[in-house]
Structure formats: structure tokens, C-alpha cells
Design a protein around this ligand. Structure first.
Ligand code: AHR
Length: 503
């Protein structure tokens, strides 16, 4: 059977400018993300502050523009004041979200210093579970006010003369979820988020704020939650959040590979709700979306139920990712790019050890998981403008999802570098896909390289002892004739076709 697909892209058919923050990530005080992940004093690779250089190098290569911190569910019980001042005076707290002990060795100042070293920005989530408006204004004052007030002078006393200038702030986390410390109804959350937003912007009018959308698409309150929260916060916030994780617990790979179609639908629905509230309010403002938690998450769920509580940094949510997970992450990235006009921020959750592209051993090595590679490619080559992909592809059906194109693809135009990059997933598990792309308005192009991530075993993984079992190669074999691109995309493969636009 021949499987084929055609794509037409035109440089004038633009979806939108890609905000660099689309390639954000997330580090929570959870499991070994912080302790044993980015921070491990005594490790041979630790720097003067205890940050692992091997991990920083892997993150720098990813060019992660922003990292959400300190949670997640953790943040709804977190007192940010526990994490400032002399480390020896900081309390150890029972951490109820993940049933651990939080030693507070790393807090705002250390994380901001780490972010600088890693070449990224901080996206700070405030606690709207057990805290409220007062802490909201104080934490912004501590972080961003230059000097001459109680909280800014305290930061200076703690050794940080320069304000951290944290621009992006999340108003709590997943406040609709019964698992959340201080869960709220949409109206309760909407009110406190509005008031917190108001005073935070009074302290620093340059900041941008993200209100919590639903925790995931299957929440019973989905849609009503968004509408009610925005009813309260529309003129006070800049983004609404989306969270969604995907898994393959029943080993149904064709359905798993089609999950990005559901991400498309989810984004379209939330966009429609935002525009409904805009219309209702006769507002001039466009609400943007922050997909600030997304990934594959299912491998570790069972083993996490077996952990003893109240440990410091136990191995939680340590999904070891397979080749097929990388294909899903690649197609989810394409879905985000297809919505670059509205999704301006997104965070691959998370970054190190906890459902993460980077794994470490305590005292040992750090390596890239399979999902590291599509994330790397999209972040490095997917900057510029996302172009409308007009695709005709052979399709398949699963019991759950129908009309699934074998090809998932998008092209990105980086005008500054004179490059076009095509990202493409072949979802077919047995056949190569004969791919034709017509880049007609670009005139003549030259192939830079055709990168491919593929493996004979879809369950292949990278581990400490075999860290490069799954890694990309540059032998994709695409050819270019003028503005016509041809490639045979290997079965179940992730492809990056990089083209130079000839002047
Ligand atoms: O990323 C893991 C957890 O998933 C986060 O803490 C929470 O926000 C979400 O439910």
C-alpha cells in the first residue's frame, strides 16, 4: 500500500507570529525536579550555587525561553516566604500536594539565579489556594520593585540588589481540581484572581498575568469554568491557561498518535469561549492562551502510588519515554504551532526528572529522553511565523478518533535567517509516507538537512546505560527542486526538513 500526502504552503498565508514562549517548560518542587535535578550540591558537576552544569548544558541546547515555577499543585500550599533569606533558617514543611517534605533549600532568589545561568526567564505561579491578595502584592514587590519599600529592601538584604523583573505570572494553579489545596468554584476563583491581578499590576504595571482555565478537558465544569473566570478577570489578565496530558495505558498506538487532533479541538474550544466573553463584554481586547502544562504522562502513575510519604525529593512522576511518546510530543508541538495566533505561551511539563525530557541520576549522569529531540528541533528551528498548512493526506480511523491524517505537518518561516522548516510526523506504523510539499511563493530553495527521529522498536527508550538508543540522524533523504520538496517519510517517524530560501 502506498501512503501519500501533499502540502501547500505560501509565505503570505500566515497563521501568526510564533511567540518564543511557545517553547517554555516547567519545574515544580516535586520529586527530583529541583533536588537531584537542577540542584545537587556535592555533585561533581555542581557550580558554586549547587546547580548541575550537565543539566544546564542540556537545557541551554533546548533554548528554553521561560520556565514555570514553583508549581503545579505544590504552589497551592506554598508560602513563598519560606524560600527566602538564610537557607539555614528556612523551615522544612509537610508538602500536602505530593506528600513529601519540602526543605526549602531553593526558593525565589536561587531559582532566579539558576534561570539566568540556564539562559531562561521565570514564569512565577502565585499561591491562590492557601494565600490571597496580600501575598500576591507582596511577592511582586519582593521580586520586581527596585528598592525603597519593605519587601524590595528585604530582597536586597538577602543579597539580590537587582530586581528579578519577572514578567509573566500565573494566578494560581488548577483551582478547579478537588486535588488542589484550597480548591475553589469558578466564581470564588474568578473574584480572588481579579483582585490579585489588580493589585499585582498596581505594584508592577509591566507584568503579564495568566488566569487558570480548567485542569483538563474532562473536568465536568469545563467551559462554564472558563466563561465564569473570564467574566471576572477579562480586563485584568492577558492569558487563560490550558492543561492537558496524554497517555497510552491500553497500548493503542494508532489512537495515541492521533491525540494531537484532540489538542486542536481543545484549543479551538477555549478560543471560542474567550471570544464569547469578549463579545459579551463588548471588549476590544483579545485573550491569548497559555498552554502551560502539556506532555505525555502515564508510565509512572502506578509506581507513584507505592511510594512512602514524607520523603525529601523521592523519585515521583519519572516517566521513561519511548519512541512513540516522542512522536506524540512532536505532533502536539505541531498542534501548538498550528494555533500560534492564539497560543502565545506553552510549557512542556516538566523539564527535569518529573515527566521530563531530561533525566538525571543522583550523583551520576544526565541524559536526553526520546521526547527531548522533537522539543529541541521545534524550539531551535521553529521560530518565526507559522504558515497555514494546506494538507491532503491519506487517513485512518480508530474506535475513538476518525479521519486521522497519516501526515501531521506544518511549516515555519524564519525570515530573519532566510529559512523555512517543515516539521512532519508520519503516523503510519508500517509504511513510509510519500510526501510532496509545494512551497510555491518561496521560489527556489536549497535543502539544508533532513533530520529524522525513528526506531525499529516503538517502545525503545533512552536510559542511563544506553543514553543514545534513540537519537536523530540526518539521513532523511528529502530532495528539493526549486520550490518543490519530496521526501519519503519513514514509518512512525518525526521529520525536520530545513530549507534555505535562495535570494
Ligand atoms: O505536572 C504535574 C502536575 O500536573 C502539576 O503539579 C499539576 O498542575 C498537574 O495536575
Amino acid at each position: 500500500m502506498t501512503v501519500s500526502a501533499k502540502m501547500i504552503v505560501d509565505k503570505d498565508f500566515i497563521i501568526g507570529a510564533i511567540d518564543d514562549r511557545l517553547y517554555g517548560s516547567f519545574i515544580e518542587h516535586l520529586g527530583r525536579a529541583v533536588y537531584g535535578g537542577i540542584y545537587e550540591p556535592g555533585h561533581p558537576e555542581a557550580d558554586d550555587m549547587g546547580f548541575r552544569q550537565d543539566v544546564i548544558r542540556l537545557i541551554q541546547a533546548l533554548r528554553v525561553p521561560i520556565v514555570r515555577y514553583p508549581g503545579g499543585n505544590f504552589v497551592s500550599g506554598y508560602d513563598w516566604k519560606d524560600g527566602i533569606g538564610p537557607v539555614e533558617d528556612r523551615p522544612k514543611r509537610l508538602e500536602l500536594a505530593w506528600r513529601t517534605v519540602e526543605p526549602n533549600y531553593v526558593g525565589m532568589n536561587e531559582f532566579a539565579a539558576w534561570a539566568k545561568r540556564a539562559g531562561t526567564d521565570v514564569m512565577w505561579a502565585i499561591n491562590l489556594g492557601t494565600q490571597g491578595v496580600d501575598d500576591a502584592r507582596q511577592v511582586v514587590e519582593y521580586a520586581n520593585h527596585p528598592s525603597g519599600s519593605y519587601w524590595s529592601d528585604l530582597r536586597i538584604k538577602h543579597g539580590y540588589r537587582e530586581p528579578h523583573k519577572i514578567k509573566t505570572w500565573c494566578l494560581g494553579n488548577e483551582m478547579d481540581g478537588p486535588w488542589q489545596i484550597g480548591q475553589k468554584t469558578a466564581a470564588e476563583y474568578g473574584r480572588v484572581a481579579q483582585e490579585a491581578a489588580k493589585v499585582m499590576k498596581w505594584v508592577d504595571p509591566t507584568i503579564e498575568l495568566v488566569a487558570c482555565g480548567s485542569s483538563n478537558l474532562s473536568m465536568k465544569t469545563f467551559a462554564d469554568w472558563e466563561a465564569t473566570v473570564l467574566d471576572h478577570t477579562y480586563e485584568h489578565v492577558d492569558f487563560l491557561s490550558l492543561h492537558q496530558y496524554y497517555g497510552n495505558p491500553n497500548n493503542d498506538t494508532p489512537t495515541f498518535l492521533a491525540r494531537s487532533l484532540q489538542m486542536d479541538e481543545f484549543i479551538d474550544s477555549v478560543t471560542a469561549i474567550c471570544d464569547y466573553v469578549k463579545a459579551k463584554k463588548r471588549s476590544k481586547k483579545k485573550m491569548y492562551l497559555s498552554f502551560d502544562e502539556w506532555n505525555v504522562w502515564f508510565h509512572s502513575r502506578e509506581q507513584d502510588t507505592k511510594l512512602d510519604p514524607w520523603q525529601i525529593a523521592p523519585p515521583q512522576l519519572e516517566d521513561i519515554y519511548t519512541m512513540e511518546d516522542a512522536l506524540v510530543v512532536g505532533s502536539l508541538l505541531i498542534s501548538l504551532l498550528k494555533h500560534a495566533d492564539r497560543v502565545k505561551m506553552a510549557c512542556l511539563a516538566q523539564l527535569v526528572n518529573v515527566i521530563a525530557p531530561i533525566m538525571t541520576e543522583n550523583g551520576g549522569s544526565a541524559w536526553a529522553q526520546t521526547i527531548y529531540y522533537p522539543y529541541l528541533h521545534a524550539s531551535v528551528y521553529g521560530r518565526g511565523q507559522a504558515l497555514v498548512p494546506l494538507i491532503q493526506s491519506d487517513k485512518y480511523d480508530t474506535k475513538e478518533i476518525t479521519d486521522v491524517p497519516y501526515l501531521e505537518s506544518i511549516a515555519v518561516h524564519n525570515e530573519a535567517d532566510g529559512e523555512v522548516t517543515i516539521f512532519a510526523v508520519n503516523r503510519h506504523l508500517e509504511e513510509s509516507l510519500e510526501f510532496d510539499a509545494d512551497l510555491r511563493s518561496f521560489g527556489s530553495c536549497t535543502l539544508i538537512e533532513h533530520l529524522v527521529l525513528e526506531h525499529a522498536d516503538l517502545k525503545a527508550r533512552n536510559t542511563a546505560s544506553a543514553p543514545f538508543a534513540v537519537q536523530p540522524h540526518a539521513n532523511g533523504g528529502a530532495s528539493v527542486d526549486g520550490s518543490k520538496v519530496k521526501a519519503s517519510l519513514g514509518k512512525a517517524s518525526w521529520n525536520v526538513i530545513r530549507l534555505k530560501v535562495n535570494a
